[in-house]
Ligand binder design. Structure first.
Ligand SMILES: [Zn+2]
Length: 121
């Protein structure tokens, strides 16, 4: 249910940003392999992001984004599976907690975890 809700929200985001095409991307990951459904779009997401993962669905504006950031995004898939419906709230709280650092995205605990897997190849 969460997965399908996330897919529906991702679909809406994709339609609002110039949907181009959809494909799937298989990501071997230390926490468990992930198959991302990828919506490719024309415009940067909300004017600034190149990629957003909602559970098993990635919306991205750059064709090579998936290849470069697959491990990072698949980590967000695992976080979504780990915390379920609480994940969006926990992600928001982690950003609020990181606000005093001046980098609420970079210092969000979930982003820090995702970055640790970028190095794993
Ligand atoms: Zn991230």
């Amino acid at each position: 249910m969460l997965k399908m809700t996330a897919r529906a929200i991702a679909w809406i985001i994709a339609r609002l940003h110039g949907f181009r095409y959809k494909n799937e991307w298989y990501v071997p990951h230390p926490l468990g392999d992930v198959t991302l459904v990828v919506y490719h779009v024309r415009k940067p997401l909300f004017g600034r992001f190149w990629g957003i993962t909602l559970c098993d669905t990635l919306v991205t504006t750059a064709t090579n984004y998936v290849r470069v950031h697959a491990m990072h995004e698949a980590t967000h898939t695992h976080q979504c599976r780990r915390y379920g419906w609480l994940f969006p709230l926990l992600y928001l709280l982690a950003s609020i907690k990181a606000l005093p650092t001046g980098k609420p995205y970079w210092n969000n605990a979930f982003e820090i975890e995702a970055r640790t897997y970028e190095e794993v190849r």
